[in-house]
Write a protein that binds this ligand. Sequence first.
Ligand code: ADP
Ligand code: ZN
Length: 602
Amino acid sequence: MNEVKTPKKTPLYYYGIVVLCLMLFNSLVMPWFARRQIKLVDYGTFMTMTENKEIGLVEVQENQILFTDKEQTAVYKTGVMNDPSLVERLKNSGAQFSQQIVEQMSPLASFVIYWILPLVIFFGLGQLMNRKLMNKAGGNSMMFGLGKSSAKVYVKSSEGIHFNDVAGEDEAKDNLKEIVDYLHNPAKYKEIGASMPKGVLLVGPPGTGKTMLAKAVAGEADVPFFSMSGSEFVEMFVGMGASKVRDLFRQAKEKAPCIVFIDEIDAIGKKRDGQIGGNDEREQTLNQLLTEMDGFEGNSGVIILAATNRPESLDPALTRPGRFDRRVPVELPDLQGREEILKVHAKKIKVDSDVDFHQIARMASGASGAELANIVNEAALRAVRDNRSSASQSDLEESIEIVIAGYQKKNAILSDQEKKTVAYHEIGHALVAAKQTQSAPVQKITIIPRTSGALGYTMQVEEGNKYLMTKEEIENKIATFTGGRAAEEVVFGTISTGASNDIEQATKLARAMITRYGMSKDFDMVAMETVSNQYLGGDTSLACSMETQTEIDRQVVALVKQQHAKAVEILKANREKLDELACYLYEKETITGEEFMEILNR
Ligand code: ADP
Ligand code: ZN
């Protein structure tokens, strides 16, 4: 789609520039203009005119004589001759002696030429420009555009985004297809008396294609698409946000049927919590949005789509029926979704014919659509860097690591001891995992430092679409997290800082078991914590008494300790394999899941 930005507001400095131009015009162009007006005549004509008493004003200068006719409509110029009686004759002819004849020539005429004419010219130019911009923008250009919405308008065009461009996300697409159908054929819905939801809320983690889906709806329905980010509404001046909302809806109603897309709606739609000194501007903006949404009829053809990754923070007034009453989850893609997204983006670059997208999708577990797009692009960049004409499987594989863990740090030299520690640490995780499940736990482990700061990188095996986890599985997971540190203890008898992330993860899981999954005997099925931030890291907030908190902490520690001990046991029992695998990794710096299992089962 062609994105046409509405014109920039006309700022005050525009007027400054006009005045400056005016002055320049007067000091440079006008004198030249005036000079051009002076007619050069020969001395004879001057003498004849004097004799015929046709001279009005006259100015004798050092090397020229300027004069006008009686009516002072034109200025003439002639040279100076040795003519002693000239002054006498001029006087007799009734001519008036004058100075600065050009400037004086006619006060009214010069005023018009010097001040009115340029003003008219500039005004005309300004009008012309304004009109041009207005045509482009659909008529919302105004001088002093403060409080005007700066919504981007996507004009309908053939190369717009369509549902085909959005891979995976089938449920979301199904949900939105109804809206497309409505925009195509509103009569069908009116007939039966059904009204479309006014607002649809797209919720999901960042980079899962919410913006794309909104654009695709507009593209499929072939209607204009207004897009604005929630944060753009909230300006420095109080009241501006509200007037922007008003302006946006005015435009939308003019262009109906159309789609209005508000990205990051949580920026304005946060709960109004009644705090003293709260954000007045935001609340005003939100109130205006609510008013506008109530103000138009359900079937007016304006559909509002909004995206957010923190739906729980939205004001309930915004999500009640009649406003954003439909919620479409846009989740992270599953294995099949990832494969499709990779394929969609791979169409834009040249890839070898033997690339196995299924394998890449398996390796990129947990990646969002935006990350997958990035992976494909990184692969293309790698191919260019190596002077190849298309991207290969290994380009894509390396790109996953680049996107998820950062570039390889070529010059970060680990000391020998450090490298050994990292190798044992990573193998520790993998070995504990493998011994518990009797299957390959990893795709690949590398111990090449990354720019993200990771000293090693472990690519987990795709777990498939798993929706439930048993208590034992979670416990095993915790044991696996402690496996890295356990290996350091078993082998070196000392511990390093390399396990901080493991500790965090293990704690999180253990806590969730006790506070949210009801997997502790003492608390039975009582929720001690609620998740407040599902899509952005899953922050939780405690909801229990101080005594219970103390007890929770005690149990979390006990649980992790128990699993840690189990990991140490497993590693001690498999000490030979641990050494063998760690040695292999230390030397090769990379080990695949197959090699790992092969050595383990030898
Ligand atoms: P969001 O609005 O959810 O943060 P976007 O819609 O802006 O995410 O997506 C960012 C980019 O990621 C898109 O431009 C696209 O290249 C890619 N992308 C994300 N999800 C998908 C998908 N399902 N199919 C294809 N590309 C996707
Ligand atoms: Zn670790």
